[in-house]
Design a protein around this ligand. Structure first.
Ligand code: FAD
Length: 313
């Protein structure tokens, strides 16, 4: 473990203090490959699971007082963690953040905990005949991650349905953002740095359950046609530049199917990189850098990564 994580206050050991907080599970040197959809990533100094809101607040307060960097993990479907891992703490939200409360009469909405799985929420909404979330089918993230990333697909995104966000500051203080106070852009919610999303209220529309389910099935079929299945990946590696597609540009640059070690630019969709088993983060990054440089050289377009880079590179 790095020296930075050891006690800073006269003899207080941060690990002991964290372990003493009810509702926290704390591990050290935990391999992040276990928690990312790409199955890549070195160890995090501290890996903390917060089962309770109160525990999360106390952990954030303590870590902030010790000046420890915190990475908030959702389902790890949009991050690339370095092979050397993370110097600092990774926090994952547990049980208390996996609940949802539905409002079906009058103005329909759902308040979902940040750790609720998007796909599960989509299916539950469809079963209840509540429309608006269908675009989230096939997005293997959490509600908190989807909000943070302003996740979207097939013409819709979180921005269009969010009413309110509950969260905490990096120091563990409760905060609330109403929709009017928030600014969204493509794959970004522009939350103040360090904000932890704990719950999201989304506006939905009452419809016939069969109609909502049919829409979900249609989007599943469209996704199956275009995306690689079978190998771990992180979805789109780059954002689509205005008016174009990153996958099209990477393919036109001759990079579709390029392989480095066990990392390969998918031969099905060139904006995906798949892990054939033992891929390393550095290989994924090198493939991304090379594809980005060639796209820039050939077409003058600067691709911007969609995936977030975590850890020491
Ligand atoms: P993580 O990957 O864990 O984290 C992503 C970012 O969100 C990190 O910066 C993290 O700190 C932050 N974050 C996560 N939870 C919180 C929280 N509670 N509070 C504050 N910050 C938080 N994305 C799309 O937009 N559209 C798609 O169609 C799509 N398809 C995909 C298909 C596949 C097969 C895969 C693997 C990924 C796809 N993605 C897609 C990318 C990804 O699933 C989304 O970005 C998703 O919203 C990320 O959620 P997560 O919980 O996995 O977040």
């Amino acid at each position: 473990m790095s020296w930075a994580l050891m006690a800073r206050d006269s003899g207080t050991n941060l690990l002991d203090s964290l372990s003493g907080i009810p509702g926290l599970k704390v591990k050290t040197a935990e391999p992040m490959a276990r928690y990312t959809t790409m199955k890549i990533g070195g160890p995090a100094d501290y890996f903390i699971e917060a089962e309770l809101n109160t525990a999360l607040a106390r952990a954030l307060k303590l870590l902030s007082a010790h000046d420890v960097r915190v990475c908030l993990l959702g389902k790890g479907s949009n991050i690339l963690v370095s092979d050397r891992g993370i110097r600092g703490a990774v926090i994952r939200l547990g049980e208390e953040f996996k609940r949802a409360s539905w409002r079906e009469e009058g103005r329909a909405s759902v308040l979902a905990g940040a750790a609720f799985a998007m796909t599960q929420l989509v299916r539950e909404a469809a079963r209840r005949g509540l429309a608006g979330l269908e675009f989230g089918e096939g997005i293997p993230g959490s509600v908190g991650g989807a909000l943070y990333m302003n996740a979207g697909a097939y013409g819709s995104e979180m921005e269009k349905i969010v009413e309110r966000v509950d969260g905490m500051t990096s120091a563990g203080e409760a905060v609330v953002f109403d929709r009017q106070e928030m600014t969204f852009s493509y794959r970004d919610s522009h939350l103040p740095p360090g904000t932890v999303v704990t719950g999201v209220t989304m506006r939905l529309e009452k419809k016939d359950p069969a109609e909502v389910s049919a829409k979900v099935r249609e989007l599943v079929a469209r996704r199956k046609q275009s995306q690689p299945a079978g190998f771990p990946n992180s979805g789109s590696m780059f954002q689509n530049p205005p008016g174009d597609f990153a996958g099209r540009l990477i393919e036109a640059a001759g990079f579709k199917g390029k392989r480095l070690g066990d990392a390969q630019i998918s031969d099905r969709h060139a904006n995906f990189i798949v892990n054939h088993g033992g891929a390393r983060a550095m290989e994924v990054k090198q493939l991304m850098d090379a594809a980005r440089a060639e796209v820039k050289a050939r077409f003058g377009i600067e691709l911007v990564p969609e995936v977030r880079f975590w850890g020491e590179w």
